[in-house]
Design a protein around this ligand. Structure first.
Ligand code: FAD
Length: 422
């Protein structure tokens, strides 16, 4: 065992102590740390002892080892959706991310975000916002961060305006990295997504293998939350004024042989297994960023609870966003973005009430170890995993989603308002 001043995780081997931000690997000028996948598919630093010069930089840059300041004093929340229906339809929630990019990135800018086909997901940058669709849509696995912190440092030094988006742990890694090099961050805007944790990439890999066996093609694109714009929520054919099906999002898979598959949100084993907290990264169960205090200038999420506390922002089931400005810079970005949106300021108390990840981290399912053992077992197919571990939706859930769902509640609210003349 080495006695070098390496990061805690490498000393203890306790996986929950590594968030996988990759700052240590990027800071190491000697290539002594490489990010590598473990059996569960999560990436961790691995030390090449003979290359380590004992400089201790990895220890200094690690956000798990060093406290990071969090913001909350100037928080302001905004609920709403993009005026441009096309943008809204192509985004996960209400298209807030695109509205921020559109107004904040004026000139001399670089935008970082997560891209990829849904099973191979990685961070990258663009210098033309016309390419923003590469970053749109939540890909629900941890993206490979590659050398993007290094790139941000270079771009900031060159005087560019940088917008960096990612999960809170990735923002924490970036901030620690830039702090270490004392980089001036006045032209950096950090944008994080509210994060319930990242699931094991092994699940979608196994799904991919099964699709190849059954349909003769591998996944070329996986849209975790495809808004099927074909029909609106009561089955009327799509029209430009009635887009989106946010409550009924399906997982849409495009295969290499051109086949298309769709799986309804409420009958999809992926969501059932993930949301039972059976396959998250170990550090997600102890996430230091699952709190009201945030690490980024701006936080983006779904406007959960919209049908209860601000039904006027539901906007026909096309998707709604919450934007939280955590700093003065965040407020400026929010103010500018809101021009391209339908929406208004909302209370932080309401936001927090409906956003679990702003209150506490997810609990680990006591069955996680048994589940992951099955998932890692090459002799157990994804069909067997689903049968054993996924819950079928209860009758109550089916009734509440399809018969008396949020969209009906909002329609009733609209009717009441119409007749009360308010
Ligand atoms: C792993 C994960 C868990 C999430 N959990 C929640 C939750 O519990 N509650 C909630 O309200 N919202 C959650 N979100 C955020 C939500 O899904 C939307 O991403 C967010 O509301 C922005 O949507 P949008 O319509 O503004 O824009 P979109 O254009 O759809 O935004 C995409 C943004 O997400 C980033 N992104 C996409 N995939 C990844 C990834 N794998 N890693 C890092 N960044 C990524 C892109 O860089 C871009 O900034 C989660 C997102 C992710 C990636």
């Amino acid at each position: 065992m080495t006695n070098q001043p390496i990061i805690g995780f490498l000393r203890t081997g306790i996986k929950s102590e590594c968030i996988g931000c990759g700052a240590c690997a990027q800071v190491c000028a000697h290539g002594a740390l490489k990010m590598s996948e473990d059996l569960e598919g999560f990436r961790y630093p691995v030390l090449v002892e003979e290359l380590c010069v004992n400089c201790g930089l990895c220890n200094k840059v690690c956000p798990e080892e060093n406290d990071i300041s969090k913001y909350h004093l100037r928080q302001k929340a905004f609920g709403g959706y993009a005026k441009d229906e096309g943008v809204r339809c192509m985004s996960t929630s209400g298209g807030a991310f695109s509205c921020i990019v559109d107004t904040w990135c004026k000139d001399n800018y670089v935008i970082f975000g997560a891209t990829g086909n849904g099973i191979d997901v990685y961070h990258s940058h663009i210098t033309d916002k016309a390419e923003i669709k590469r970053f749109r849509k939540s890909k629900y696995i941890q993206s490979k961060i590659n050398d993007t912190y290094k790139d941000v440092r270079i771009f900031l030094k060159e005087g560019k305006n940088v917008l960096f988006s990612g999960t809170p742990c990735q923002i924490a890694g970036l901030r620690k990295y830039l702090e270490l090099y004392r980089v001036d961050t006045s032209s950096l805007l950090t944008v994080e997504v509210v994060c319930e944790g990242v699931p094991s990439p092994l699940y979608v890999k196994k799904l991919d293998e099964s699709l190849l066996r059954h349909y003769g093609g591998t996944i070329s694109n996986l849209d975790y939350r495809f808004k099927d714009g074909k029909f609106d929520y009561i089955g009327r054919p799509f029209s430009p004024t009635r887009k989106g099906r946010w409550d009924f999002e399906v997982m849409r898979i495009l295969l290499s042989n051109g086949k298309k598959l769709k799986k309804d949100r409420w009958f999809n084993p992926f969501w059932s297994i993930w949301l039972q907290h059976l396959m998250n990264r170990p550090s997600c169960y102890a996430c230091p960023y699952a709190t009201q205090k945030r690490v980024a200038d701006v936080t983006l999420g779904d406007l959960w609870g919209v049908h209860i506390y601000c039904p006027e922002l539901y906007g026909g089931n096309g998707g709604s966003s919450v934007i939280i400005a955590n700093t003065l810079k965040g407020r400026e970005a929010l103010r500018a973005a809101s021009i391209g949106m339908v929406g208004h300021e909302i209370e932080m108390d309401d936001v927090i009430r409906f956003q679990g990840p702003l209150r506490r981290c997810i609990p680990m399912n006591p069955q996680r170890e048994a589940f992951m053992k099955d998932l890692e077992d090459r002799d157990i197919s994804i069909e067997e995993i689903n049968k054993k571990w996924a819950n079928r939706p209860s009758l109550k859930l089916i009734l509440s989603k399809y018969i008396w769902g949020n969209h009906q509640k909002v329609r009733l609210w609209n009717l009441k308002h119409k007749f009360s003349g308010k």
